[in-house]
Design a binder for this molecule. Structure first.
Ligand code: SF4
Length: 390
């Protein structure tokens, strides 16, 4: 192939094996491919042969970064540019020719006092799920990201962001914009790349997928965790309500996948020994924060086991104080109500922890991601059956 015709490979969406195949198509050997793959992921250095550029990472540029100090260190929200919508009605509308993806770096202090970071990844621009407490839902679904665009968020945080601490990314959570189960092929391919030992080399046990509870997606994920190397992948479920009545009001998915069905799917999930589901519960004042709600929630979670001095259940509940979205009908809960709800759950034998709020002022906390300029142009209605509308 003559140089002008030679494509430049971008490994962000490829495992090493896939990259080797693509490199072989350019007449390059497996060792050259291995060195190039390692150098690109570890040092962000392009690959050249005989002075000819043939492979480099091509992540979208970071167009905006915001920082908020917390006791554990700076929380950093960054916006990365991706290409716009290529076809359909949206492609002809102004404002959709380029898009931004939002990701958040969240500091944690470990048991030994060392700081590391969790990177919250987006799987879509916008979201079709329509959860009423969530900022991203206000955008509707704009488009799903490719595997390369998902990996590019890790790449940008590691190599492009002007924060040295970003190199200590220990954990990844799919809790940014979008419902990962609505874009599962790309999410699973991204996970394969992120776990490639010659690439980012993250452990599957350090990656968690969070879902509103798409039962078909949970079953597919169960199959994926049977593949070698992925059985320790984490699964988080946004519960957010103690009963179907409340859940269907704040999470439309519940109308087609009620809580009992969701629980059955989870109880059938091949959770590894010692592993736990992470149940997320956003505490919203006046909606799901009463003592009777704590009791109903404890009953719902009872089949996963109770927390006693000698036993840990199969699930841990993360209590998340509601972070108000723009034009929110609800305020954030008071400290007292969060502590009292948590104490109630613990009394009832629920293994529950409180998630510390980080990044709320810069709209970088849980449920607060979403491009402001697109939010007012909602074009995709939320789905009630969990299937994305295209
Ligand atoms: S909470 Fe998650 S699934 Fe629900 S609308 Fe927001 S991004 Fe989508």
């Amino acid at each position: 192939m003559s140089p002008p015709d030679c494509p430049i490979l971008d490994p962000l969406g490829m495992t090493l094996d896939q990259f080797r195949l693509a490199a072989a198509g350019l007449g390059l050997g497996p060792h050259q491919a291995l060195h190039a793959y390692r150098r690109i992921f570890r040092e962000n250095r392009p690959a050249t042969t005989a002075g000819r550029l043939w492979a480099q990472a091509n992540p979208g540029p970071i167009v905006h970064a915001l920082e908020e100090q917390t006791p554990e260190g700076p929380t950093v929200k960054f916006l990365q540019q991706v290409s716009g919508v290529q076809s359909g009605t949206l492609s002809t509308r102004p404002g959709f020719d380029t898009l931004t993806v939002e990701s958040v770096l969240i500091p944690m202090i470990g048991r030994l006092g060392k700081r590391s970071y969790t990177l919250c990844l987006s799987s879509q621009v916008g979201c079709a799920m329509g959860c009423t407490f969530c900022e991203t839902a206000q955008m509707g679904l704009i488009r799903s990201l490719t595997a390369a665009e998902i990996v590019a968020q890790w790449f940008a945080a590691t190599h492009l962001l002007d924060h040295a601490e970003a190199r200590d990314i220990r954990n990844l959570v799919f809790m940014g914009m979008g419902e990962p189960m609505d874009n599962l092929d790309a999410v699973l391919q991204a996970i394969r790349v992120l776990c490639d030992s010659n690439g980012p080399a993250l452990g599957a046990s350090n990656i968690t997928i969070s879902t509103v509870g798409r039962i078909d997606g949970i079953r597919r994920l169960a199959e994926f965790t049977r593949e070698l190397g992925f059985h320790r992948l984490g699964l988080a479920i946004s519960i957010n309500a103690p009963n179907d009545h409340i859940r269907s009001q704040i999470m439309p998915i519940n109308r087609s996948s009620p809580m009992a069905e969701l629980r059955d799917a989870l109880l059938a999930y091949p959770m590894r020994s010692g592993g736990k589901f992470c149940f997320e519960y956003v505490l919203i004042p006046g909606v799901n924060d009463g003592p009777e709600h704590a009791r109903q929630l404890a009953d719902y979670l009872a089949p996963f086991g109770k927390w006693t001095r000698d036993t840990l259940p199969l699930g841990v509940l993360n209590l998340i104080p509601y972070n108000p979205r723009h034009r929110s009908p609800w305020p954030a809960p008071t400290e007292e109500s969060v502590e009292s709800f948590l104490a109630h759950l613990v009394e009832l034998g629920v293994y529950a922890k409180r998630r510390r709020t980080k990044g709320r002022q810069m709209m970088g906390a849980c449920g607060q991601l979403g491009a402001r300029h697109i939010r007012s142009r909602r074009v995709v209605e939320p789905t009630s059956d969990g299937a994305p509308i295209r």
